[in-house]
Design a protein. Sequence first.
Length: 198
Amino acid sequence: MTLLLAMFSFSLVMSITPGPVNMIILSSGISYGVKKTIPYVSGATVGFILLLLFIGFGFSQFIKAYPFFLTYLAIAGSLYIIYMGYKIASSKPELEISKKDAPKFYEGFLLQWINPKAWIACVSGAAIFSSAESYTTFVTFTIIYFIVCYISLGLWAVLGDKVSHLLKDHFRLRLFNFAMGLLLMITAGYLCYGQFGR
């Protein structure tokens, strides 16, 4: 029971705390609503879980042998996240739902694979909840993480949808987009700096 609680706590903290994916989901929830954001939430969840399985079932050995890989990934991922932040910060102050602009499943999926926070969470989780004798513990952890991650990311979309009425004003929405984009760029810079600061 204690182990299951530890798995749940780890998953919740890593999933619900602000990060690049959460901020994009929040912005999307505000601009497009929950329904239009669910594909992105689904993509981000599936992408993360597949990354976790990939690392848990062997890639962690490669990371131990070549630790600089995470540094290169952090640089590439951070640059992409900064680009996403720029797009949000400079986006038009409109709350109109546009089919072509709504975030896609594959975008959420791919972002997790270049998101330094996701890699750190996967490497840490795989290291903590893996056993040399059996994969049972790790598989249990993966199932719990999938459920917790999906719900946590979904809550960010709901939060965005609920506060959208506060941002009907063009100036407030432009200010919000700028702040979210800037926060995303700062987060990316911090994650990248964290790799060099080790």
